[in-house]
Design a protein around this ligand. Structure first.
Ligand code: PGA
Length: 256
């Protein structure tokens, strides 16, 4: 049985006051909630503060990050390493988000290298994949997702996906308020799983595949009701403690 994972991607949002308030809110909202792993990825500067607030609240919130670079130390000005993130208790590292692919020209190969380096450091990659609106219109959704996954599978072997998380995020649904329907998302999730099953049925069966793109309290239960949707990567709706906790609770309930 796959255990659902709901992760908040805070993107470039935060301040010391906001991080403290949001996490205190989540600590309270999630008390006693079981059956779902809940993770948050604050901006890197706030990972330290987030670790402290989570610890003080005694909660089980998993700490993550939105990116990492490819070295652990040395002359790499401006970089951030998995080892440093680990030092602050961050374990789940988002890579390949469409915003980084677009604004920082991150290629499939570069993202695959990050995937390998995160695993090498004993952390959990959360690998984002997904097609643009134009690719969707052109019927290329699965081909795009397969290509992005194959960058990892062909260089590291399908077993590299063991213990990792894949987040299917159609770019046209991110931040637009226009989520994929539960049926649409289920179809793609099943196809992604089938693609991985061509290399290993076992790996495919155990892989947590999150949906991301305008997930909110109001559509969460329907999405999680689908057999191949194992949680969510949540952007905008993750900035509100009550709303985000409601999404996490919906996952726990749907997968119980
Ligand atoms: P959204 O973002 O929930 O605001 O659409 C999701 C994401 O980009 O991970």
């Amino acid at each position: 049985m796959r255990h659902p994972v709901v992760m908040g991607n805070w993107k470039l949002n935060g301040s010391k006051a906001m991080v403290t308030e949001l996490l205190n809110g989540l600590n309270a909202e999630l008390e006693g909630v079981t059956g779902v792993d809940v993770a948050v990825a604050p901006p890197a500067l706030y990972v330290d503060l987030a670790e402290r607030v989570i610890k003080e609240g005694g909660s089980k919130i998993i700490l993550g990050a939105q990116n990492t670079d490819l070295k652990n130390s040395g002359a790499f000005t401006g970089d951030m390493s998995p080892e440093m993130l680990k030092d602050f208790g961050a374990t789940h590292i988002i890579i390949g988000h469409s915003e980084r692919r677009e604004y920082h020209n991150e290629s499939d190969e570069f993202v695959a290298k990050k995937f390998a380096f995160i695993k090498e450091n004993g952390l959990t990659p959360v690998l984002c994949i997904g097609e643009s609106d134009a690719q969707n219109e052109a019927g290329e959704t699965l081909a795009v997702c397969a290509r992005q996954l194959d960058a990892v599978i062909k260089t590291q072997g399908v077993e590299a996906l063991n213990g990792a998380i894949v987040a299917y995020e159609p770019i046209w649904a991110i931040g637009t308020g226009k989520a994929a329907t539960a049926e649409q998302a289920q179809d793609i999730h099943a196809a992604i799983r089938a693609h991985i099953a061509q290399s290993s049925e076992e790996v495919a069966k155990n892989l947590v595949i999150q949906y991301g793109g305008s997930v909110k309290d109001s559509n969460a239960a329907e999405l999680f009701g689908m057999p191949d949707i194992d949680g969510a990567l949540v952007g905008g709706a993750a900035l509100d403690a009550k709303g985000f906790a409601a999404i996490a609770k919906a996952a726990a309930k749907a997968k119980a």
